[in-house]
Write a protein that binds this ligand. Structure first.
Ligand SMILES: [Zn+2]
Length: 260
């Protein structure tokens, strides 16, 4: 088991990094854009509704900036303004405590109408992350945000994978604090994962036991979907997630160390 974990950790061994790209300065959104985006986001994402007015402004600015840095592709459905706004909002939610949140490795986001098959694989997918882009089924995206307490949210799940990928394999947009804290996170959570695999039961759904990457993504889903329950059932994991994402979703202030 330990050898298995070490092998997976090795997969995430630090790589040589190039200097991050110079970012375009974030623009403050106009009142009109703020109102339009806030209306769309507040109708679906409770996390946003709990924020103070200042944090709502920060959230919408980030959403706007994120959209400007991505290309959205629509497969089997018509483009609609709510799609990029809500997709960006899911990424901004996960990265809200981080300084570097654009995940610049990913230029392309592919939105599919429903679950899909890949190549010759018979299995149906509702989202995945590949080096060339982030893929999400829109039907399942909406489903993920429709129930706040079931610990299932495909957008949060895939954005967590993308965040990890971006910080370990990408050349640009690496958040050094996240990277350093994730190293600590995997050291802390290694024994938790080993324990839940041995017992074959956990507060987290079974898919978390697949490997350390799925453990990460499923944990982040639970962290945002039902922080109170995760904190009660797996307090060490909850704390480790707070540190690595620099936020506590249970508090309205969210961000733990604003200076990071
Ligand atoms: Zn996954």
């Amino acid at each position: 088991m330990l050898a298995f974990l070490k092998k997976l950790n090795h997969f995430f061994a630090p790589q040589k990094l190039e200097a991050p790209a110079q970012l375009v300065a974030e623009e403050l959104v106009s009142d009109e854009t703020f109102n339009k985006y806030a209306y769309i986001i507040s109708s679906r994402i409770q996390y946003f509704n709990d924020l103070s007015p200042e944090l709502k402004q920060r959230f919408v600015n980030r959403v706007h900036h994120f959209i400007r840095n991505k290309q959205f592709h629509y497969i089997g459905l018509e483009p609609k303004e709510e799609i990029p706004v809500l997709t960006a909002a899911s990424a901004v939610q996960v990265t809200f405590g981080l300084k570097s949140y654009l995940m610049l490795h990913f230029k392309n986001i592919y939105i599919l109408a429903d679950a899909y098959r890949m190549d010759n694989d018979e299995e149906l997918y509702i989202g995945h992350v590949a080096p060339e882009g982030i893929y999400l089924s829109w039907k399942h995206f909406l489903f993920g945000y429709s129930d706040n307490l079931d610990n299932i949210n495909v957008a949060v799940h895939e954005m967590s994978h993308a965040l990890l990928f971006n910080n370990y394999f990408a050349k640009y947009g690496v958040d050094q604090n996240f990277r350093a804290n994730y190293e600590k996170f995997s050291t802390t959570t290694g024994p938790i994962l080993a324990d839940v695999i041995t017992k074959r039961q956990s507060y987290l759904r079974n898919y978390a036991l697949t490997n350390i990457h799925e453990f990460w993504a499923v944990s982040v889903e639970a962290f945002f979907e039902n922080p109170t329950d995760l904190k009660i059932n797996m307090p060490q994991l909850y704390e480790a997630l707070c540190r690595v994402l620099n936020q506590d979703p249970e508090s309205n202030q969210k961000i733990l160390k604003p200076e990071l």
